[in-house]
Ligand binder design. Structure first.
Ligand code: MSP
Length: 639
């Protein structure tokens, strides 16, 4: 059995899991599941990156020890993954003792063979990226990814002679043109290689940062966090003695987001080569999930949490949406509206509804047993066989959106066949013909469920078991072939597999993710709510809250949720689109003294500019706009 090994980046524990980090993890999990269905021995590694400046600072900001802090946040990742069917073979932490030992061993080796030297360095360090940035990489003096000014650091450190291996890596890429993919990211890597590479600073003096892995050859220093973190890919597969280690390493596929191409596309292959290991098979780079045009993340945008989406849509639908919607290599936009639409149309309608209708007719007319067919259906058979033939290639190239779409085409073609054959009418005059149609529909549904099993492991097992297919280790070649449905098996309709979600319910539960001009809803505080993330007074001062007077209001055309308000802030009238139409009529609003976030970046909502945000309080199913005292002038600052 051939081996497959897939990794995700290990996530920094200064942020709890969100849609961005969940995406790579779900992509890796689904791929590992499919590789097993293709007969490979797949190993899937994910985990948390727990050392470094950023983590030490985050722990200190909460007045906690780094260890206590990392234990808590790492556990949040570990707890979340099973909720979304993510099942890694190992969850590695860079604080694990075996990882610690591997890092020290490799450092010692590189040191012994003369790849390290000690020297003084001055540079611009971005804690967000945990790396030095060159002047050229900055935009207006700030890090382009974090929008912060890097810190100038001058200190004596150990350096890894990366420049020695620059030429080797450039030639390697030429000879293995898809080692970094898609193409645009290979070009990014080649771009770095066009300039002379600076040697990599791989240590931090303990007097500045003690939270890290001690250098084996100098106890006054700890290891630079990227050097430590990248080595998880070796330690996480049993570096110290697992007989499967080298097979796994030789089959390694890394998945990363586009923010960390340089460490993975430059530092890592050079570290590997210098230490005497072959490089990975592929480094596959995906784009960002954005929300309202900003990257979903803790530092630059809204970190959309996964659990509330699982509660609302179900884990299978969350996985389906993320994999269907993103084309690996390009950015994708997250919106709750798009998710609702996708889940309702593909899963509730096309797939779930077809299953219910077929199961109902079989229940009503064939004693709940899958009837025999006189003939197959050439169109459906040919779509199914082309999916079977192409699936390994799509999966190898991480084209999950194609695999899903082609499988949904099979489901849609089956719906058309069902509609045009009208088995509900046929049963009366020609039950054998109706039996053929229903049998073929079952066969299509069965194949679609087998193919989509890695994407939606929960619901597809349920669908199959309702057709009398026991849960088992499915194999694509064996189980996705046409003609295997068990005639006579019991078909159970059951409740809707994917209940249709009503927009109103989703809005009520996810109001902060819908387009609206009211402040985002925060989770209500409860006795057991952990302490909220703290911000400094300076950060708070960045938000300009001001009193304002509503001078005109009207309903926004085409929306029953939004009001278009004209508000006066200090003599200047500006427009705010607010999601309050279900609670206030336009007349209720005119003349009110309200509080607005005055320096919010303008955004277009339903085609209309919104230049600010009203403060409102929301609880249960009520909402009340916060009022400023009647006699305050408009534009007065609130502090
Ligand atoms: N700890 C480093 C990685 C070390 S790997 C040896 C790190 N961690 S991170 O927590 O910042 O996670 C980065 C990864 O999370 C990205 O590369 C990507 O895989 C995923 N994503 C985080 N936000 C994302 C989006 N908004 N969109 C898509 N993926 C994103 O960097």
């Amino acid at each position: 059995m051939s081996t497959y090994y897939v990794t995700t980046p290990i996530y920094y524990v200064n942020s709890t899991p969100h849609i961005g980090t969940a995406y790579t993890t779900i992509l890796a999990d689904t791929t590992a599941r499919m590789k097993r269905m293709l007969g490979q021995d797949a190993y899937f590694l994910t985990g948390t990156d727990e050392h470094g400046d950023k983590i030490a600072k985050a722990a200190a900001a909460q007045g906690r020890s780094p260890q206590e802090f990392v234990d808590e946040i790492s556990a949040q990742f570990r707890k979340l993954w099973p909720h979304v069917y993510v099942a890694p073979n190992r969850f590695i932490r860079t604080t694990d003792p075996d990882h610690y030992a591997v890092v020290q061993r490799i450092l010692q080796k590189l040191h012994d063979q003369g790849d390290m030297y000690y020297g003084e360095y001055e540079g611009l360090y971005c804690t967000g990226c945990e790396r030095f940035r060159t002047e050229k990489e900055l935009v207006d003096g700030k890090c382009p990814d974090h929008g912060t000014e890097p810190e100038r650091i001058r200190e004596a450190n150990y350096f890894f002679r990366m420049s020695r291996y620059q030429e080797w890596w450039r030639t390697y890429i030429e000879q293995h043109p898809d080692v970094v993919r898609p193409e645009r990211y290979k070009n990014e890597v080649l771009g770095y290689l066009r300039e002379p590479l600076e040697d990599l600073c791989i240590s931090r003096p303990k007097e500045r940062l003690s939270w890290g892995i001690e250098l084996p050859f100098d106890r006054n220093y700890v290891t630079y966090v990227w050097f430590d973190a990248l080595l998880n890919y070796l330690s996480g597969i049993g570096f110290d003695g697992d007989p499967k280690w080298s097979d796994r390493w030789n089959a390694c596929e890394h998945l990363i987001g586009k923010d960390i191409v340089k460490p993975h596309g430059i530092y890592w292959p050079i570290m590997l080569h210098a230490a005497g290991f072959p490089v990975f098979q592929h480094l596959t780079v995906h784009g960002y999930w954005n929300f309202r045009d900003a990257k979903i993340s803790k530092s630059s945008g809204k970190p959309i949490a996964v659990d509330p989406l699982i509660d609302l849509f179900g884990a299978d639908a969350v996985r389906y949406f993320l994999l269907r919607e993103m084309v690996v290599g390009l950015d994708a936009s997250f919106s709750i509206e798009a998710m609702l639409k996708r889940v309702n149309s593909d899963l509730a309608n096309d797939l779930g509804n077809l299953f219910s209708r077929v199961a109902k007719l079989i229940g009503d007319h064939f004693e709940g047993r899958i009837p025999a067919a006189a003939t197959g259906n050439t169109e459906l058979e040919s779509i199914a066989s082309s999916i079977l033939a192409s699936a390994p290639e799509w999966v190898g190239e991480m084209k999950w959106h194609v695999l899903i779409e082609e499988t949904m085409q099979l489901v849609r073609a089956t719906n058309r066949y069902f509609e045009s054959s009208a088995p509900w009418g046929l049963v009366k005059n020609d039950p054998a013909a109706a039996a053929t149609v229903l049998h073929n529909c079952c066969e299509s549904l069965r194949i679609a469920a087998v193919v989509l099993h890695p994407v939606m492991p929960g619901k597809m097992v349920e669908l199959l078991s309702r057709m009398g297919e026991p849960a088992q280790d499915f194999r694509l070649a064996e189980h996705a072939k046409w003609g295997l449905i068990r005639t006579g098996a019991r078909m159970q309709k059951g409740d809707a597999l994917f209940p249709r979600l009503e927009e109103g319910d989703v809005r009520a539960r996810m109001s902060d993710l819908f387009e609206s001009g009211t402040a985002p809803a925060q989770a209500p505080l409860q006795n057991d709510t952990p302490p909220e993330e703290q911000i400094t007074i300076d950060e708070f001062k960045k938000i300009h809250l001001r009193t304002a007077t509503v001078v005109a209001a009207e309903k926004l055309q085409g929306s029953d949720k939004l009001l278009k308000l004209q508000v006066d802030v200090c003599g200047h009238v500006r427009q705010i689109i607010a999601g309050i139409a279900q609670y206030y009529s336009p007349d209720d609003m005119v003349g009110r003294k309200v509080i607005v976030v005055a320096n919010l970046k303008p955004a277009k909502l339903r085609g209309e500019m919104s230049e600010g945000m009203l403060l409102a309080v929301k609880w249960d199913d009520r909402l009340e706009v916060l009022a400023a005292p009647d006699d305050t002038p408009s534009g007065a600052p609130i502090s």
